[in-house]
Design a protein around this ligand. Structure first.
Ligand code: FES
Length: 125
């Protein structure tokens, strides 16, 4: 018994956030995140999860759209991250949730420069 966090959660999500200006921030060295690993960063108060998906760095806000868990505490499975709280699963190629259409991750662009990686984030988040 109990709550089925996939089936029982309502079919709507939070209001979309307004557009804000963005810029790239240097977060670390590419070697800081080995393949299959996840790291958490905080930039001006914004928590950011960075995933190494088979050599490709992917970044998003470090907050599960379901109930707010840190996605950086989740588990990588191929192109997917599985949230540690209730198992919602997100595709890191497009941010889509396997279970709820509205629960899409906002992926942040990542670029590599001279052994470092930079993530494009909203300014004043
Ligand atoms: S907080 Fe429930 S699945 Fe992430």
């Amino acid at each position: 018994m109990g709550i089925d966090y996939i089936r029982d959660f309502p079919e709507y999500g939070p209001e979309p956030e307004p557009e804000r200006p963005k810029r790239f921030f240097v977060l670390g060295r590419t070697a800081d995140i080995p393949a299959g690993k996840i790291r958490r960063y905080v930039v001006s108060g914004l928590p950011v999860a960075v995933f190494n998906v088979e050599g490709r760095l992917v970044a998003c806000r470090d907050r599960c759209p379901h109930m707010g868990a840190d996605l950086s505490m989740g588990r990588l499975d191929g192109d997917f991250v599985i949230c540690s709280w209730h198992g919602w699963t997100f595709n890191l190629t497009d941010g889509r949730c396997r279970f709820k259409d509205w629960a899409c991750l906002e992926l942040y662009p990542v670029r590599l420069r001279d052994g470092f990686f930079e993530v494009e984030l909203p300014v004043g988040a």
